[in-house]
Design a protein around this ligand. Structure first.
Ligand code: DX5
Ligand code: ZN
Length: 218
């Protein structure tokens, strides 16, 4: 399993997003949290900002849609050029169709589960998914405390993925830091979102390297 780091610009200066993205050119992805103030109690950015970011960086964008009605909006992010588009199980009404539309538009299809959402009911969807995202905080805000209660689900998700050929990436998002990333890696995650741990650091690029090394050693 190759370790990948996806810094979340939710913790960056929103008036200087291009600089924030350029500061972590050693990252594998840039994680973009799209929030609509309905699915989660916070409002961030949408497609126009993603389109501008795509022009500002060659690092692929990992768009995490925390919005109602993702079936309506997700394909446009893929069509715009996002490398990965993730929709929530709790919000999607036609996840198979939406995941297929994301793939058809040339992006990787991601499927996200909140901390209290079980992974087992989605086993049959693994063939439609390129990345499973397990939230390790309740979605909505950066800088929250990592929820250890999700660790057994990470292990079970890894086992399901291996049973289905091992090709689906397993991403964790929320409270991932130098203190918690090894636990996530040991449990089977291979893609790590980090907001506060990267953009709260004095040297964000160095924080990316340090997180990568910790996950790779675990
Ligand atoms: C939370 C977002 C996360 C957030 C993570 O709802 O999905 O991507 O930016 O931030 P940290 O790493 O600070 O918990
Ligand atoms: Zn996120």
């Amino acid at each position: 399993m190759a370790v990948q780091i996806s810094p979340s610009i939710l913790s960056a200066d929103f008036a200087r997003l291009a600089e924030a993205v350029a500061a972590v050119s050693n990252a594998d992805w840039i994680h973009v949290d799209v929030m609509d103030n309905h699915f989660v109690p916070n409002l961030t950015l949408g497609l126009p900002v993603v389109e501008s970011l795509l022009k500002a960086t060659s690092t692929p964008l990992d768009c995490h849609l925390m919005i109602e009605d993702p079936d309506r909006w997700a394909p446009a992010y893929a069509e715009a050029g996002a490398g990965s588009v993730t929709v929530h199980a709790e919000a999607a009404r036609a996840p198979v169709r939406t995941l297929r539309q994301i793939r058809a538009a040339g992006a990787r299809a991601g499927f996200a589960l909140n901390p209290a959402t079980a992974v087992e009911p989605y086993e049959d969807l693994l063939g439609e998914i390129d990345m499973l995202l397990l939230m390790t905080v309740e979605p909505g805000f950066g800088g929250q405390k990592f929820l250890d209660v999700v660790l057994p689900k990470i292990r079970r998700a890894r086992a399901l993925i291996e049973r289905h050929g091992g090709e689906v990436w397993l991403q964790v998002d929320g409270g991932v830091s130098a203190e918690t990333i090894e636990r996530c890696a040991e449990a089977g995650a291979d893609v790590f979102v980090a907001g506060n741990a990267v953009y709260g650091a004095a040297d964000p690029a160095r924080a990316v390297d340090e997180l990568r090394a910790l996950a790779a050693e675990a």
